[in-house]
Design a protein around this ligand. Structure first.
Ligand code: GSH
Length: 421
């Protein structure tokens, strides 16, 4: 009897059943020419799995969906399968690690990776939470594996198959060596398992992710915006990425480009402060920064043509991982690209241990934060913004320190300082 598994050839959830089948001497074959998004949307497929997800296993007694249930079924086809251990307590532990793998490992990897790939809403605080729970789970797994070669007993069990398949999704797309090296026993375990012949036959050669994937350009929902009567159209660049327009429609649009409306900031009365002069002074000052650049800034500053703002990240407690915090600030500065002609910013990442604090100083053209920046850069919502009162010496001094990257800043070391210019 050959059981038919509906999935693509690279699906880690399908690998669970295929590897289990290899260990159990059961024949499971993938359907030919499975097309994700097409084959799993047909009425026949939806009869097998009403949610339309893969994998699905066709058995002589009817279909089964949910990859762990499928793998359990395949394992049980072999009587007294060692994949299920040799005692009731082994069985209990195998089920324990299968559930742990699904709820603590797989769920956290998905919560970190899928928003970055654009499959879910990307929110920096949610990403931090996902990484924190993944690290907690991996630490527990690492401790267990420090004194155990496999999850249960002395040989491969179903728990190892499911755990390794779930880990493989992370190792392949987001868990770089610099991340996994904190969990050496997990690394040893993972590489041992993916190199077992029964795993290799299904998964092929395995290569670890070399970089964390960048965030796909999708804006998260903005509650304030949603409340407004007229939704603002998405910037054209982003729409193009997400929606594939038929070629002829795209061509039509490109034939008659509409004139770009002038930015309202270009219509403001001229200012005595020339932003580029300030940026040049900032970049070219190598010594005596306080006396030259900072003094020069205050000499140039025009409170009628520009405004200065302090920003303070609203979710400081969630800045638990240094490189994630740095990436978050880096992403913010990239997304501010649209304001390069009208802004200068300093962002400090403060503290020598977690939670790190992110605070900044921004100079904007005009006496308010420009509306297009508020509308188009979603990071703005993640910060509290306070206008700098330049008549208050303490605030002025704080702004000077931020321009200068003065250390210690508010009594703490700087992890990094980034400049937008
Ligand atoms: N808990 C399910 C997850 C299945 C799942 O999310 N499958 C994805 C592919 S890995 C899918 O079919 N996505 C298509 C969709 O969401 O429509 C399992 O383990 O089988």
């Amino acid at each position: 009897m050959v059981l038919v598994l509906h999935a693509t050839t690279t699906n880690k959830n399908a690998f669970k059943a295929l590897i289990t089948a290899e260990y159990s001497g059961v024949k499971v074959e993938l359907t030919k020419d499975f097309q994700m998004g097409v084959s799993n949307k047909t009425p026949e497929f939806l009869k097998m799995n009403p949610i339309g997800k893969v994998p699905v296993l066709e058995t002589p007694d009817g279909p089964i969906f949910e990859s762990n249930a499928i793998a359990r079924y395949v394992a049980r086809l072999k009587p007294d399968n060692p994949l299920y251990g040799s005692s009731l307590i082994d069985f209990g532990h195998i089920e324990q690690w299968i559930d742990f793998s699904a709820t603590e490992i797989d769920a956290s990897i998905g919560a970190w990776l899928l928003p970055r790939l654009g499959f879910r809403l990307y929110l920096p605080p949610a990403e931090e939470a996902a990484i924190t729970s993944l690290k907690r789970a991996l630490e527990a797994l690492n401790t267990h594996l420090a004194s155990n070669t496999y999850l249960v007993g002395d040989g491969v069990t179903l728990a190892d198959i499911i755990m390794t398949c779930n880990l493989s999704f992370g190792f392949k797309y987001i868990l770089t060596k610099s991340f996994t090296s904190a969990f050496p026993h997990v690394e040893r375990y993972f590489w041992t398992l993916v190199n077992q012949p029964n795993f290799k036959k299904v998964m092929g050669d395995f290569k670890q992710a070399e970089a964390i994937p960048p965030v796909a350009s999708k804006k998260p929902a903005q509650p304030k915006e949603a409340a407004k009567p007229k939704p603002k159209p998405e910037p054209k660049k982003e729409v193009k990425k997400e929606v594939e327009k038929p070629k002829e429609v795209a061509a039509e649009e490109e034939e008659a480009p509409k004139p770009k409306p002038k930015n309202p900031l270009d219509l403001l009365p001229p200012s005595k402060m020339i932003l580029d002069d300030w940026k040049r002074l900032y970049s070219n000052t190598k010594t005596n920064f306080r006396e030259v650049a900072v003094k020069g800034f205050w000499d140039m500053y025009d409170p009628e043509g520009y405004s200065l703002w302090f920003c303070d990240y609203k979710y400081q407690d969630e800045n638990m991982v240094s490189f994630v915090t740095l990436n978050k600030v880096g992403g913010f500065l990239q997304r501010m690209d649209l304001a390069r002609k009208y802004a200068f910013g300093k962002m400090l990442i403060i503290g020598s241990e977690a939670p790190y604090k992110v605070k900044g100083l921004w100079l904007f053209r005009g006496t308010e934060i420009p509306q297009f920046v508020m509308d188009e850069c979603y990071d703005m919502e993640l910060y509290e913004w306070t206008k700098v009162d330049i008549n208050d010496e303490a605030q002025k001094e704080r702004a000077s320190q931020m321009i200068e990257d003065a250390e210690p800043f508010e009594g703490e070391a700087l992890l990094d300082a980034k400049c937008f210019k």
